[in-house]
Design a binder for this molecule. Structure first.
Ligand code: PGA
Length: 308
């Protein structure tokens, strides 16, 4: 019983992988001469290999009608088995390429400045997991990150709001609540509730043009028919924090930019805040992500999920 069950497999052991490739080419093209052409072999070589394969199987695989060859029943069975085998081997080759890709490679990420409070940690964990990969992180404001995206300079981008005028894939990544901050001793800091009209009368420290945080602040005020009293423009979250702590005014920034118990700053309980935003992992739609980039994308989504 066991004998007969393993008999076909033993038969096929006498067949070679090359014979199966030749058989597959003939079956697909329905012609010995076209298969010979495709495989850069002579027609007698093709015929001989198919004859040997038929002998190994113990049945004819093709029948000739005129100039065309057709699969016999046994031939159809073998063709299905070949397709399955080649699919499996393709999958195997892809896994090997992936393994190689993750042993060495490069990853270029560009991120808006607010992401610098969490992204380097995730990149650090990624580098530990895949030490052969060179990682570069470009931290810049929204406008510059958009320009890099237009020029396709990086593998992945992180934005506070997905770009609306570009055809991209945007994967929501992590919540990014925007808050209003003032100096710890500010008179509004002790209040239970502060209206948007009230903060519009305070000196406001604004991020530079091109900043996504600035866009969010501007649209918050504009939606209420208000305009903030901009006292100063500053080019980074850290500069904003220092200036706010120094009593120069109030501002809006990502809650992630505040460290717990950070001296000198208070979050104001302004109606409508926190503004509930989210960071997005972005790349041009249709872009073939490298193995490294795809692995990083999945890795970072997993890390965030595990931590939240
Ligand atoms: P940015 O980043 O203010 O540095 O541009 C935040 C964002 O785009 O939401």
């Amino acid at each position: 019983m066991a004998e007969s069950a393993s008999a076909p497999a033993r038969l096929m052991r006498r067949a070679t992988f090359r014979q199966l490739e030749i058989f597959d080419a003939v079956a697909r093209s329905g012609s010995f001469s076209r298969a010979a052409e495709a495989l850069h072999l002579t027609q007698p070589t093709i015929s001989m290999q198919i004859r040997k394969l038929s002998e190994a199987v113990g049945m004819p695989l093709f029948e000739q009608v005129g100039k065309r060859v057709f699969l016999t029943h046994a031939g159809r069975e073998l063709y299905a088995a070949c397709r399955e085998l080649f699919r499996t081997l393709d999958g195997f080759e892809m896994s090997i390429a992936n393994l190689r890709g993750l042993k060495q490679g490069a990853l270029h990420v560009a991120a808006v400045t607010t992401a610098e409070y969490f992204l380097p940690r995730i990149l650090g964990e990624f580098c530990q997991r895949y030490p052969g990969i060179d990682v570069s992180l470009e931290v810049t404001n929204r406008e510059h990150a958009l320009e890099r995206l237009r020029q396709n300079l990086d593998d992945l981008y992180i934005f506070g709001q997905p770009p609306h005028d570009l055809d991209v894939e945007a994967v929501p990544f992590l919540e990014n609540p925007l808050v209003v901050i003032a100096a710890a001793g500010h008179p509004l800091a002790g209040q239970r509730r502060v209206t948007p009209e009230r903060i519009a009368r305070e000196p406001f420290l604004m991020r530079e043009p091109g900043s996504g945080t600035r866009l969010a602040a501007e649209s918050f005020f504009a939606a209420r028919g208000l305009s903030p009293k901009v006292r100063m423009e500053l080019g980074s979250n850290e500069a904003i924090k220092q200036a706010v702590a120094g009593g120069l005014g109030i501002s809006i920034l990502s809650g992630h930019a505040l460290r717990k118990g950070e001296d000198g700053l208070a979050v104001l309980p302004v109606q409508g805040f926190p503004l509930r935003k989210s960071w997005y992992l972005v790349y041009p739609r249709g872009k073939q992500l490298s193995v490294v980039a795809r692995t990083f994308l999945e890795f970072s989504l997993r890390q965030i999920k595990n931590k939240c």
